[in-house]
Write a protein that binds this ligand. Sequence first.
Ligand code: SF4
Length: 173
Amino acid sequence: MKRNREIVVVCHCILNCNSKVEGLSEFKGAQSITIDLINNGYEIIQLPCPEMILYGINGWGHVKEQFDNLFFREQCRQMLIPYIRQFDEYLKNNYNIKSIIAVDGSPSCGYNKTCSSKNWFGELSGCKDLMNKINDIQMVEEKGIFIDELEKLLNEYNLEIPIVGFDELREDK
Ligand code: SF4
């Protein structure tokens, strides 16, 4: 049976927009880059969506600071360990994992940038400075927490797999 032995790993919502916070998806189902991957013969591994798993489908949008705690980091590691084991097995057996595609801008899955604010927290009803809170949110050149933990695990297990950031806002609609 023919197989390419060429794998690409994608963050969950690249194949399934439904995991994204309601209102944030700029596409209808799966990102069109996955068509290119399939047409070029890549096998695709889909990582779990940490925000969907931990907060459910009706969560609000968060910033990196809200996830930067030991519980969230530990949960990310637990979700990622089964994938790290798979990556190790493939790499040891003559498969190539071409890259891991992250989602830039996400507080969890951003690689080149993530959304950040030190003021985005608290009860919103009756909040007198809501616009100030919203306007305080900015993109910073840092990793999201899930990808940060993924990169640490890759280093801990000596797995050399490049991570690239995918910016869905730059994609043609
Ligand atoms: S960017 Fe990450 S956390 Fe956000 S919806 Fe996609 S997979 Fe889930």
